[in-house]
Design a protein around this ligand. Structure first.
Ligand SMILES: [Zn+2]
Ligand SMILES: [Zn+2]
Length: 136
């Protein structure tokens, strides 16, 4: 499966392109992501760094160290989260799914940090779910 996708922040200043031969789409139910994104859970389109490019508005990006390993990049004008980096996975970009002009056929394929999932969130039982991080 190959993906050619574009995306932008809510105000349109930041635009990006994704070219990925393969991608994981991860639902993260951890409390840190929940708080940082103001959402019930967070969905990330995970691609290799060379498959992700800011095409416009790089000067509108700001970033924040959300933990000792993680850095969140967001539009400083409208606040839309664009992507995360994690020192544990330096070659990956965790692109915030809601910022992508997405294709309906691209769907999550794993749930992580289900130990802190909200009780009313229904999991898709057909994809793997992990209490914490993905275990191979
Ligand atoms: Zn913006
Ligand atoms: Zn998380």
């Amino acid at each position: 499966m190959s993906h050619q996708l574009s995306g932008n922040c809510g105000c349109g200043q930041v635009k990006f392109a994704i070219k990925a031969a393969k991608a994981n789409v991860v639902n993260c139910h951890c409390n840190r992501c929940r708080k940082l994104n103001g959402s019930s859970f967070s969905t990330y389109f995970v691609v290799a760094e060379q498959g992700f490019e800011i095409s416009e508005g790089e000067n509108y990006l700001s970033d924040y160290s959300s933990s000792e390993n993680a850095r969140k990049h967001f539009c400083k004008q409208c606040g839309t989260p664009i992507y995360n980096q994690n020192l544990k996975y330096p070659n990956l970009r965790m692109v915030h799914f809601g910022a992508i002009n997405f294709l309906e056929e691209v769907q999550p394929n794993v749930n992580i940090f289900c130990e802190s999932i909200l009780s009313w969130v229904a999991l898709n039982g057909e994809i793997p779910s992990f209490e914490q991080e993905i275990k191979k």
